[in-house]
Design a protein around this ligand. Structure first.
Ligand code: SAM
Length: 283
């Protein structure tokens, strides 16, 4: 098997198939030989796992998944990479490349059809231009996914894995914590990629919760409130919720008091329980 993290191997297979790097698709390929095996190990794959990958590139992580999982479904939007992948992954008979944009694919239908009875784990070196949309899509659509082990931009990792109620927290932190338990696994410097991106990276793991940590009667309204609260970070939660949801300030002040919160509190200080309580009172 070829060493797919070797710069010369990557360059030669791509040039043989006339493929150049497409920056717009976030094509920065891993060239550190230790990262992909470590990601695949961290995902805890076995014969009964169907691993879902987003963006195989030249297949460096795909191969590590194929060695450990029963099946690998890998979504790649760039049609030019298909002949490359046929060559680099030729020795595996448990890999299926799905030439679709992951954001538009019928993930639920595809998983139901192709991963019947298997445990699902998402493992990917994500295209950074759509990190949060992909993560939210995976979590919100309540796919039967056990865990999501992904490489993201360092700053995105800080936000996604922050504590709700801490300085680094944001609306996406609340959403991620609602659906999963997030943790950072390891740091990956920019030099580990070809071409090197401008930013450093981190591998994170989201373990999907069987049940959310708080009871919310209307999730859509709950998340609207969360988004409004964080929409103007330098303002108080009272001001941003009022502006974001068009609710008069005295009403918000009353809700904050009922929930046992100060009127001057900012969104970043609110806990999951605080957001749940405010949503129940206000919406
Ligand atoms: N897994 C490879 C690696 O680690 O070297 C490549 C990762 S590269 C950061 C991201 C990959 O995602 C590229 O292959 C790119 O073409 C693909 N991609 C970008 N947008 C996509 C989308 N919307 N759906 C599916 N794949 C996408």
């Amino acid at each position: 098997m070829k060493n797919l993290s070797d710069i010369n191997v990557i360059k030669s297979v791509m040039s043989r198939h006339g493929v150049t790097f497409n920056k717009g698709l976030g094509q920065n390929f891993l060239v550190d030989p230790e990262v992909c095996p470590a990601m695949a190990e961290a995902a805890g794959l076995n014969e009964n796992t169907c691993a879902i990958e987003i963006g195989p590139g030249v297949g460096v992580l795909t191969a590590e998944l194929a060695k450990r999982a029963g099946k690998v479904l890998s979504f790649e939007v760039d049609t030019r990479l298909l002949p490359v992948l046929s060559e680099t992954l030729a020795e595996f008979n448990n890999v299926e490349i799905i030439n679709q944009d992951v954001m538009k694919a019928d993930l639920k239908g595809i998983i139901e059809e192709k991963c019947k009875g298997m445990e699902i784990a998402v493992v990917a070196n994500l295209p950074y231009y759509i990190t949060s949309p992909i993560i939210m899509l995976l979590l919100e659509s309540r796919l039967p996914v056990k865990s999501v082990t992904v490489m993201v931009q360092k700053e995105a990792a800080d936000r996604l894995c922050a504590e709700v109620g801490s300085r680094d927290g944001g609306a996406v932190t609340v959403a991620v914590s609602y659906y999963s338990e997030a943790q950072k696994l390891f740091y990956v410097p920019r030099e580990s990629f070809l071409p090197p991106p401008k930013v450093n990276s981190e591998v994170i793991q989201l373990t999907v919760r069987p049940e959310p940590p708080v009871t919310v009667s209307d999730e859509e309204k709950f998340f609207k409130l969360v988004k409004a609260a964080f929409s103007q970070r330098r303002k108080t939660a009272e001001n941003s919720i009022s502006a974001g949801l068009g609710i008069p300030k005295p009403q918000i002040a009353e809700a904050l008091e009922k929930a046992g919160l100060e009127r001057t509190v900012r969104a970043e200080k609110l806990t999951m329980d605080d957001f749940a309580a405010l949503a129940e009172i206000l919406l």
